[in-house]
Design a protein around this ligand. Structure first.
Ligand code: PFF
Length: 448
């Protein structure tokens, strides 16, 4: 046990956990959900969800993970006192690991598209027109090649370990992501048309708040904080006992929500700049184009209308998307790899190769049956599984785990915590309020 890997510092953890949280969900999902759900009204609901539901659930994962210093299956079993709860722990743990792998299997496909478009900004610059058009046209071969490339990148980082791979790359890539994001915002918001987008984004229309919006905001908050599937649990397990978990968790939540909000300042104005430049930004049904067409048609058409600056903007934009995807995908792969490496005697490298190949196989199956499986896997994992697993983790932290051990773990690294609001509220909150609210929102969405 003494050789278990660990993050080298608080900053290392924050970079890795924020890197996991900040992904396509923030830069693509959040802004487009906002645009199609009443603008700033969605932002307000989302922030409430992040604070009142996702943050408490994140804390449950971090606390269980650091206490157990193990993968999700072993950790949940460790805090379960009886045979029945241990059996449920095994079921929930394995479900989390499988869902994390399934999320990676579709995420790697989408991230592969980002890499293809990134390369296209280079091939266009040097005039390789037929290569450029191959890179940006949907085809089985292109999808497979770039998914494989992205999986290989993810695997090579995870194989290098917690400190030498995950922490090192997150610490390098996250500052780059922020610099690119801010540079793009400065450029895009100074273009004609941007102010219309800013207005839609920043002026709330509270009449649009309805049950569907609330459930969307909740799903988005859970996806964005990488919850339910053991990612944050395993990252918590690599944290030292002398760190304050409530503070670190709050930092990660705040960074994640701020980057989502900031990404909105780029994407929504960009859509309206594209509209100003003559692009079609509404679908036939009158709704804003928000799905893959936004990223792979509307925005590229905006970039090409910007002349030679457009190539640079496209390069920066798809670098941003690739970096955001990579720091998230490594956290997804770490979940099954940690389980395999800890529970079998195979080392991290072997575990990474085996699990990475399995996920590659699943992604390939999705690509072969794209129409049938792509949306299905996304809905199954993110809309249904993540919130329900989040409820289970809250129940394990609040009901199954022995109270005193839980409280002791919260105190570790934060000796004066008894004076804090967190101490007074969270232990009850995670027992009663979190499961009830998440389930209520969930049932609401299923029956609605
Ligand atoms: N949080 C990531 C995003 O917002 O894109 C997605 C994600 C990462 C989901 C890791 C689940 C996960 F385990």
């Amino acid at each position: 046990m003494s050789s278990r890997e660990q993050f080298s510092s608080k900053t290392g953890f924050v970079m890795a956990a924020a890197g996991s949280a900040i992904g396509l969900g923030n830069i693509w999902g959040f802004p487009t959900q906002t645009a199609s759900n009443g603008g700033a009204a969605f932002v307000v609901v989302y922030f409430s969800m992040a604070l009142f539901l996702a943050y408490p659930a994140l804390m449950a994962e971090l606390i269980i993970g650091r206490y157990a210093r193990a993968n999700m299956v072993t950790a949940l079993r460790l805090i379960s006192p009886g045979a029945a709860s241990k059996a449920i722990a095994t079921g929930v743990g394995f479900t989390g690991v499988i869902i994390a792998s399934l999320i990676l299997s579709f995420y790697a496909i989408v991230a592969g598209w980002m890499v293809a478009f990134l390369l296209e900004s280079i091939t266009s610059t040097i005039g390789l027109d037929s290569v450029s058009s191959w890179l940006t046209t949907f085809s089985f071969e292109r999808n497979m090649i770039f998914m494989a490339l992205f999986m290989t990148l993810t695997m090579s980082i995870v194989a290098s370990g917690v400190e030498g791979g995950i922490e090192k790359w997150s610490t390098r890539l996250m500052p780059m992501l922020i610099v690119i994001l801010i540079s793009l915002i400065i450029y895009v918001t100074t273009q004609e048309g941007a102010s219309e987008g800013l207005e839609i984004y920043l002026v709330p229309d509270f009449s649009q708040i309805n049950p569907a919006l609330i459930i969307d905001a909740m799903g988005q908050a859970f996806f964005s904080l990488s919850l339910g599937v053991g990612t944050m649990l395993i990252y918590g397990s690599y944290l030292g006992k002398d760190e304050s978990l409530p503070k670190l968790g709050a930092a990660v939540t705040l960074i994640d929500a701020s980057i989502a909000f900031t990404a909105g300042l780029l994407i929504i104005p960009a859509i309206y700049v594209a509209k100003y430049n003559g692009a079609e930004v509404f679908s036939d049904s009158g709704l804003l184009i928000a799905g893959p067409d936004l990223i792979f048609q509307v925005l590229p058409s905006l970039f090409s209308s910007m002349g030679s600056a457009g190539l640079l903007v496209a390069f920066a934009f798809f670098s941003l998307m690739t970096i955001a995807s990579l720091t998230s995908s490594i956290s997804m792969l770490e979940v099954p790899v940690a389980l395999a490496a800890e529970e079998t005697s195979s080392g991290r490298v072997k575990a990474t190769i085996v699990i990475g190949s399995i996920v590659f196989g699943i992604s390939s199956i999705i690509l072969v049956n794209f129409e049938l499986l792509f949306d299905f896997v996304i809905n199954l994992t993110t809309v249904y599984s993540q919130p329900l697993l989040g409820v289970m983790l809250c129940i394990f932290a609040g009901w199954v785990w022995h109270r005193n051990t839980l409280l002791k773990e919260i105190q570790s690294g934060h000796p004066d915590i008894e004076k804090s609001l967190f101490w007074k509220i969270w232990p009850h909150y995670v027992r009663f309020v979190c499961p009830v609210l998440i389930l209520a929102a969930f049932i609401q969405s299923v029956v609605a």
